[in-house]
Design a protein around this ligand. Structure first.
Ligand SMILES: C[S@@+](CC[C@H](N)C(=O)[O-])C[C@H]1O[C@@H](n2cnc3c(N)ncnc32)[C@H](O)[C@@H]1O
Length: 240
């Protein structure tokens, strides 16, 4: 059996570093370049355009990191979508006043939540959103964790959209070339392990269905990415 036939998870180094650790700061810069090389922002923006047929008012980005990814997505969407209320959640508080100002220039209002996604999503109260997005985030969790997370998230929004690493030989080979762009040791470690923890086939759809949701689309996207979209699928009248 191929080593990539099943997901394998190893803790990512970045997750264990403080926000102001110099290796973490450098690795988050690398991440922005990796997102560009993977075409993550255009892939996410086109999924959002396809499934959010009316301009959304409230979006939630989970595992948002330093927000540079979502800012790139917003720049693509803002000519058509104004006055979006964006909440960015991450376990580490990384948003800066400059980031909020960048979003404000697009007509988007930024709110940040520093919390573990499970703790936050487990709270019964709170805002509902038009959609939840995740980029290079879901692969952090094993299948049991994803089942639990999906069960919680589908009560928060009618739609979830995710762009994740594709678990494939080409993506692994590309991760091994990261020294060529000067990526640091944290990035090189985490990128290879992210591919091994990534997705293929209908893995996210199966987990989403098991959590009671209705998968809408799951496929390879671009050379190194795996895209997933699911509807909450709550019966009429059951939406909180
Ligand atoms: C690989 S980074 C991706 C960041 C961002 N989405 C991007 O594309 O640049 C994963 C992010 O998930 C966050 N994270 C990991 N586990 C988390 C959890 N349980 N709750 C909230 N955030 C978490 C990390 O702090 C990190 O910022």
């Amino acid at each position: 059996m191929s080593a990539l036939a099943r997901r394998s998870l190893v803790p990512e180094i970045l997750d264990g570093l403080a926000a102001d650790d110099t290796r973490a700061i450098r690795s988050r810069r690398d991440l922005a370049r990796i997102n560009a090389l993977m075409f993550q922002a255009p892939i996410m923006a086109s999924l959002m355009r396809k499934y959010l047929t009316r301009q959304p008012c409230r979006l939630l980005e989970i595992g948002a990191g330093d927000g540079t990814f979502m800012l790139k997505v917003a720049r693509r969407l803002a000519p058509d979508w104004r006055e979006v209320d964006l909440t960015m959640l991450d376990r580490i508080g990384l948003a800066t006043p400059k980031l909020a100002a960048d979003f404000a220039r697009l007509g988007w209002t930024l709110e940040t939540v520093t919390a573990d996604v499970f703790d936050w999503a487990g709270k019964a109260d709170g805002k509902r959103f038009d959609a939840i997005t995740a980029n290079l985030f879901l692969h952090h969790f094993d299948d049991d964790g994803l089942h639990r997370l999906f069960s919680l998230l589908r009560r928060k929004a009618p739609l979830i959209l995710a762009t994740e690493p594709l678990r494939a030989k080409l993506a692994l080979a590309a991760a091994r070339l990261l020294p060529a762009i000067g990526a640091n040791d944290v990035t090189r470690h985490d990128a290879a392990h992210s591919v091994r923890a990534g997705f293929r086939g209908s893995e996210l759809s199966d987990l989403w269905s098991a959590a009671g949701g209705r998968p809408l689309e799951e496929r390879r996207a671009g050379p190194f990415s795996h895209a997933f979209v699911g509807a909450a699928g709550l019966p009429a009248g059951d939406a909180p």
